[in-house]
Design a protein around this ligand. Structure first.
Ligand SMILES: *Cc1c(COP(=O)(O)O)cnc(C)c1O
Length: 392
């Protein structure tokens, strides 16, 4: 059976009523027959049937053992860090999501956890950066926003040799394109706010573990710290996941066309999209992903914040907003929005230039999206300055 069929039929019909849609158990507690005698649930922080259904579906989607659903992607990331103790070190991809950087640096360093960074696109850099205290390797692939791709299988092999956990933030690819556990990762995290939810209507996070043992540790942390996903939002993510494969295929097609268009535009400098043969890590992406995703980023020849701000305020279909992965196209200016908590030098070193624009290519007709980008480049200062330079 194809992945799409398996997915759709992994969402159970309610055994009690035959309801084809998963019931929303909007309850805080479950009545017990006698102390400790219950129907599998006692208190809704510890477990809720709607959330449990989502957790099972996502574990299956990722090819893992156990799933756990959280109130946000960051709450999921937070739960993974809580597997560690004071004195432990995390080795993370340098082009890391801004919120994860803030959490690691401003919260966990206080508790004695050290964070080191490496350019993980070369697995050799990972091997060299490991110390005796490294307990967790943290990958995002592709990264946000420059879409660097790291070789999960190669890094998983290094992690296993050193008995270090490997966690992959799989938000950008989604399980429709990449399943890190099958490549050797121990843990996968998601901001389900993005492609899994898929409709820009909720905030949610997910963890999937390769083993039941690790899953039990995460479930313990989930219950102890309490950052759970509500039953209603669990239901919305299930509803989003039903169309994941269909949506992601179209995101990929649209993004490829947008990237190829940008590559030829005179006002555009660099284009980052793993589906372009010119992309640094195109080969790894082609090997480990079944598609290249819906995010395209680019810089302008006029590499200034002003030029980028001008552009992002000139599009009509692409709406200016943080977040990604929804039906409607969005765009943002990472330097002043998603990545403003990262110091400028670190940001530049990771390739997040002042004029970098991130597009979350949605499900509109692709020609309309290209027309929108074209009019915005023409109307914004970026293009005018280039023309002036060319005429002078
Ligand atoms: C958005 C995002 C997160 C954080 O998720 P929230 O749901 O916003 O808390 C983490 N990682 C990546 C790659 C993201 O894009």
């Amino acid at each position: 059976m194809s992945n799409a069929t398996t997915l759709i039929h992994s969402i159970p019909v309610d055994p009690l009523t035959g309801s084809i849609s998963v019931p929303i158990y909007q309850t805080s507690t479950f009545v017990q027959e006698a102390p400790g005698v219950n129907k599998g649930y006692d208190y809704a922080r510890s477990g809720n049937p709607t959330r449990a259904t989502l957790e099972r579906i996502v574990a299956q989607l990722e090819g893992g053992a156990t799933g756990a659903a959280f109130a946000s992607g960051l709450a999921a990331i937070d739960a993974v860090v809580k597997l560690l103790k004071s004195g432990d070190e995390i080795l993370a991809v340098d082009d890391i999501y801004g919120g994860a950087f803030r959490l690691f640096t401003h919260i966990y360093q206080k508790f004695g956890i050290t964070i080191n960074y490496a350019d993980t696109t070369d697995a050799g850099n990972v091997r060299n950066a490991i110390t005796p205290n490294t307990r967790l390797i943290w990958l995002e692939t592709p990264t946000n926003p420059t879409l660097k791709v790291s070789d999960i299988a190669a890094i998983a092999a290094i992690a296993k040799q050193h008995n270090i956990l490997l966690c992959v933030d799989n938000t950008f690819a989604s399980p429709a394109l990449q399943q890190p556990i099958k490549l050797g990762a121990d843990i996968v995290v998601h901001s389900a706010t993005k492609y899994l939810g898929g409709h820009s209507d909720l905030i949610a996070g997910l963890i999937v573990t390769a083993t039941e043992e690790l899953g039990a540790e995460i479930k313990f942390i989930q219950n102890a710290s309490g950052g759970i996903l509500s039953p209603h939002d669990s239901w919305l993510v299930i509803r989003g996941v039903e169309t994941l494969h269909l949506r992601v295929q179209q995101h990929c097609r649209n993004a490829q066309s947008v990237a190829e268009y940008l590559l030829l535009h005179p006002a555009v400098d660099k284009v980052y999209y793993p589906g372009l043969a010119t992309h640094h890590n195109h080969d790894i992406a082609a090997r480990q992903q079944s598609g290249f995703g819906g995010i395209v980023t680019f810089t302008l020849k006029d590499d200034t914040e002003d030029a980028a701000k001008d552009f992002v305020c000139s599009t009509r279909l692409f709406k200016l907003a943080e977040s990604l992965g929804g039906v409607k196209s969005l765009l943002c200016h990472p330097a002043t929005m998603t990545h403003k908590s990262i110091p400028r030098e670190r940001r530049h070193a990771a390739g997040v230039a002042d004029s970098l624009v991130r597009l979350s290519v949605g499900l509109e007709d692709v020609q309309d999206l290209i027309d929108d980008i074209e009019q915005a480049l023409e109307n914004s200062k970026a293009e005018i300055q280039i023309l002036e330079v060319e005429m002078a």
